[in-house]
Ligand binder design. Sequence first.
Ligand code: PLP
Length: 390
Amino acid sequence: MKHPFSRQLEEIPPSGIRAFFDLVLESNDPDIISLGVGEPDFDTPWPICEEAIRSIENGLTAYSSNQGLFELRKKIAETLEKKHACQLNPKTNILVTSGVSEGLDLIFRVLINPGDEVVVPTPCYVCYAALIRLLGGKVVEVDTSSTQFQVTADAIQSVITPKTKAIILCSPNNPTGTEITKLEMAKIVEMIKSKNLWCISDEIYTALSYDTPPVSLLDFPEIKSNWIVLNGFSKAYAMTGFRVGYMIADESVISRALKIHQYAALCAPITSQYAAIAALKQNKKVINQMNASYLERRNLCVSRFRAMGFELPTPTGAFYCFPNISTTGLNDTEFALALFQQFKVAVVPGSVFGAGGSGHIRCCYATGLNQLITALERIASFVTHLNTPK
Ligand code: PLP
């Protein structure tokens, strides 16, 4: 066999986040504190679990409709219409997916032909570039590190070519916790309209926005035939293992995504879909309590990292901070490895999130307060150790 495996796949490295998480698992040392994986540290609120259990007790364990339970799609439409200036038809504008991860995979497969360019502001979530390249698409990075990780319409505009097919945005952002302002989003929307591009918006962290109301493409109906909004239940409701999310888009997009989803996934797990309906019925208090706790931890991290002499923009959403550690003289991978080996704290090197992330580390603060305090003390000791003349 000359080429036993897909050439495009062979060129894609495994996820850098997982690489560090695997180090933690392999070492099997209970003293290690992981600020590595981006996962809420809360249990899924019990009423949501109860609804999942009830559905199993009632024998609701078959496939659902490919597109997702109509009751769930209706509830998603109602919830979003209350929050945003949009009108959604649950029959044609919504597809229930196995997490935002599947939504991303589907949308790139729907849109990309080999050679198409996709603009990706970096640092960004690790799967975007990998999935685009797998399809023969070209990733055009916009490095946001020189603008305090603010995505700007001007920076995007500067890389647009006749081959540009789509732009992907993520606000609040993983790994920086920064958000796109409403003003900047309006400029981006104008550009998308004038150039007739697709705009994919990964809004998985919109429920975790602390200082200002989060921006959503759903608030810009003037380009609704060009936008695709992806969201889900993993982060907002601490439901990462349920694997359920959704895609909102024009009927022309949903019908094509559904075609792939029918062949490749059949449907999202039905138990999780019942749990998702219960999640959308939860009192807002549930999310507010989790957010209040994240906010306390964010403030702690920001002040401690600044006290260590590291620059970082104040994260206004998600549960990450992204300090610049380049003043230590180590690159981000060296820093993360030495910190792990010598002080038993796992963080993710910023360069795994694209060119804009190099020289930084991502720390997920969705970890117990006491553990977080200990981890920050250990990082401070590591930095003192680095600064001590040998
Ligand atoms: N998008 C972003 C920006 C993420 O950070 C993550 C997970 O960390 C995902 C998508 C995947 O989410 P899901 O659990 O819904 O597949």
